[in-house]
Write a protein of this length. Structure first.
Length: 313
């Protein structure tokens, strides 16, 4: 009965064709780690939509999308016990994990077909304030595609970790990206970190984070529409059950056996699938519960939009 909502369903990514070399690399990624493959697809989808909201031209959007698709290519060579570790990585393991950026860059540079998209793996963990890796670059040296992919990557990583099934509560995720877009305060521990080379900027590009708000709101509106469509279907089903109940009431009030059978047959005609006179009330209650749950979800989603619209970067 329940429908699962896909955060990344609305995308023009599929309109871009990946050549055979890219398909081969991505198929390798899929065979080694399904989670990483899905993450790459999500980040590419989100990057594509960010580019569109940022009014990038189609050529750059296509280029940036493919860069995003390949951004974690280097994880092919990260040991599975580190890549798939559920607990927090040790400092040594984290240093190994960080090499996926340079490994992915090298893989792209060694392949003539992938070479144009090497910026995806190399720059997606660089931060505007210089606290990122692998090179610790600052804003002026980080390509725009790297800045876009970073925001998409961070958003999907948090969404996946928190296992959202709906956009309810997603504003908390956006608040994390806002925090990472703000310059550190003198009272912050990171303010005097040797990795912090530019104290005027945060890690994320504020303009891209603001654009992410628009993408998320658009997705929430789409989710509301999908949920409302389901609510309308449930409403129709509840009307059917209400009609069955009316027949039952009339049947119970009837004194003639002929009339009782008439209303009983009316009940059966309105029933579907495995519904019976004995179990239909239980099914009716399930539909009512689903209807109320989805109605409440729509209210919560509208509230989420209100919260996001008030967020400032």
């Amino acid at each position: 009965m329940a429908r699962e909502f896909d955060f990344y369903d609305r995308t023009s990514l599929k309109s871009y064709n990946l050549n055979e070399s890219m398909r081969y690399q991505l198929n390798m990624l899929d065979r080694l780690d399904v989670f990483t493959r899905k993450h790459c697809e999500n980040v590419a989808n989100l990057t594509c939509r960010l580019c569109e909201y940022l009014h990038c031209n189609k050529g750059f959007t296509e280029y940036c999308t493919i860069c995003a698709y390949l951004h974690d290519l280097g994880k092919l060579h990260i040991p599975p016990e580190i890549l798939q570790k559920p607990a927090k990585l040790t400092d040594e393991e984290y240093e190994i994990m960080k090499t996926h950026t340079t490994i992915g860059y090298k893989m792209c540079m060694e392949d003539l077909q992938l070479r144009p998209y090497a910026a995806g793996p190399l720059y997606h963990h660089e931060a505007l304030n210089g606290s990122g890796y692998p090179q610790g670059l600052t804003k002026k040296d980080i390509p725009y595609e790297g800045q876009i992919i970073r925001v998409a990557d961070e958003y999907d990583a948090i969404v996946s970790k928190r296992q959202y099934k709906s956009h309810i509560g997603i504003s908390d995720t956006l608040k994390i990206l806002i925090e990472n877009a703000q310059p550190p305060k003198p009272t912050d521990n990171a303010y005097n970190s040797p990795n912090l080379k530019d104290k005027k900027h945060g890690k994320n590009n504020p303009a891209i984070v603001r654009t992410l708000f628009k993408v998320v709101i658009d997705d929430i509106i789409y989710e509301i529409a999908c949920t409302q469509s389901y609510v309308d279907e449930l409403k129709d089903e509840l009307k059917r059950f209400d009609q069955i109940n009316k027949y039952k009431e009339k049947m119970e009030k009837s004194k003639k056996e002929k009339d009782k059978n008439y209303y009983l047959e009316g009940m059966k005609i309105l029933m579907k699938n495995n519904e019976t006179v004995e179990n239909y009330m239980d099914i009716y209650e399930e539909y009512k519960k689903a209807y109320e749950t989805r109605k409440a979800m729509i209210d919560n989603l509208y509230n989420e939009i209100k919260i996001i619209k008030k967020l400032k970067v």
